[in-house]
Ligand binder design. Structure first.
Ligand code: DLL
Length: 435
């Protein structure tokens, strides 16, 4: 039996989706122009007025927004509603310099949670399910988003947050969890721990998992499905656009349906900004057409993917995006945390190191590892050894504060990192993140 959370929306004919998008876009552009001085200025600079936007065909006339705009307008500059109408903020993980703060009215929360509910129902969720949410709770959108979606579906919700894996497994067994929501790497780790504790899939009742927030391969999907005895569904989203549930997989597992009644997706050439035809690989751009507090228009996600509008055997009509195939900037996602090499460099310079370093990322036993090779300056080398524990600890602590995750530091003598004659290769990422 096919199941949908909002069948009349999820299976609406394309003409209906287009009509919703046209009407909502026109309204949203007016709203943002009238209520958001930052975006109004961008529109004025481009010579566009709300009258120029009559349908989605005119979307390309609007200016883009980027993370740089979010930083410049931080914290309130891109709001389109007064603060007193807002009831919640969420924020991106770990970062300080590049922190993104998103605001929500109650209406925004309801719509976001409905998007997550659609994902849960697509994974087979009903009122009879026990949904264990092990995404982080707090500022990160993963826990609160799936928690809200699970409530809307009526599942019994276990707000576990991440960590304490043996306890996760104990609850999973004692309370008969049937749906697991977490990052794919944590799902793999839970699977491994389950087997290490001497249990098999017969000892748990899980049937489905909803995994996202970081890239993962088909190979990893098969491993997780086997180790937990489940069907594993992908879910995508970003804080700027609401959080998880911007798009989600159905039982066909061939890409994620974008919730097009709320978000208009475009693919652009990341170099020129030109809109590319459907089926092209490029940077994904979203326009939020129903949000009240923090509606971003033409937001450049930096995620590279392909959009496909084709008939899906699940009956849903919303366009599908492939798994993100990479990024058009240098952001790394390590244990679910967004990390920019420039943040690491800033800490090193502040602590008196030269900018000679290497960031090594790998995935060992399904867990991301972050090692940083740091060269001592000649002066430092006369005073300290490479094993100086205080030096290492100070640097590790400063990086943990900046990034939100603890790296392993290796101090090296001066001139030990090969100098490059072209672009320095600062990041060596050995993880296999795409098939
Ligand atoms: O990661 C929201 C989320 C939470 C999505 C839980 C899914 C599940 P941010 O921390 O703002 O938000 O990070 C957003 O993570 O631009 C992608 O690069 C990456 N990302 C998110 N989902 C996926 C996915 C959340 N399914 C950034 N596959 C995005 C690959 C993903 N990358």
């Amino acid at each position: 039996m096919k199941r949908y959370y909002q069948p009349e929306i999820e299976c609406a004919p394309y003409e209906q989706i287009k009509a919703w998008q046209d009407e909502r876009l026109v309204k949203q552009v007016k709203n943002v122009y009238e209520n958001n001085t930052y975006y109004r200025k961008l529109m004025e600079e481009k010579g566009v007025t709300p009258d120029d936007i009559q349908s989605t065909e005119d979307l390309h006339k609007l200016p883009f927004l980027t993370k740089a705009d979010l930083r410049e307008a931080y914290p309130y500059g891109l709001m389109s509603r007064p603060l007193r109408d807002c009831v919640r903020i969420q924020s991106t993980s770990g970062t300080t310099g590049r922190r993104v703060v998103a605001f929500y009215t109650q209406h925004d929360l309801d719509l976001w949670e409905e998007c997550c509910a659609r994902a849960i129902v697509a994974a087979g969720g009903t009122k009879d399910d026990v949904c264990q949410v092990c995404y982080g709770y707090g500022l990160f959108t993963g826990g609160p988003g799936l928690n809200g979606g699970s409530h809307k579906v009526g599942c019994l919700t276990l707000p576990m947050s991440s960590g304490n894996t043996e306890r996760q497994i104990q609850f999973m067994r004692d309370l008969g969890s049937t749906i697991l929501c977490c990052t794919p790497s944590y799902a793999a780790y839970i699977g491994e721990t389950l087997h290490e504790m001497g249990f098999t899939t017969d000892d748990i009742r899980l049937k489905a998992g909803i995994f996202g927030a970081e890239p993962w391969t088909e190979e990893m999907r098969r491993d997780i499905e086997k180790s937990l005895g489940i069907k594993a569904y992908d879910i995508y989203g970003l804080t700027e656009i609401s959080g998880p549930g911007v798009s989600f997989e159905c039982e066909e597992q061939t890409g994620m349906h974008i919730n097009e009644d709320h978000f208009i997706a475009e693919i652009i050439d990341p170099e020129t900004g030109e809109v590319l035809p459907e089926g092209s690989k490029g940077e994904l751009v979203f326009t939020s057409i129903t949000k009240e507090a923090f509606p971003l228009l033409r937001y450049r996600t930096r995620d590279i993917c392909i959009l496909k509008r084709e008939k899906c055997s699940c009956g849903r009509t919303h366009i599908k995006m492939t798994k993100p195939m990479g990024r058009s900037d240098d952001m790394l996602i390590i244990r679910g945390v967004n990390v920019f090499p420039s943040q690491i460099e800033a800490v090193l310079l502040k602590q008196g190191y030269a900018p000679n370093y290497q960031i090594l990322v790998d995935r060992v036993n399904n867990t991301d590892t972050l090692d940083i090779n740091v060269e001592l300056t000649s002066e430092q080398f006369t005073k300290y050894s490479e094993d100086d524990t205080t030096l290492k600890k100070n640097l590790t602590d400063a990086l943990k504060t900046m990034l939100g995750i603890r790296p392993k530091i290796h101090l090296l003598p001066p001139k030990s990192i090969t100098r490059s004659e072209g672009k320095a290769v600062r990041v060596i990422d050995k993880r296999k993140l795409i098939d």
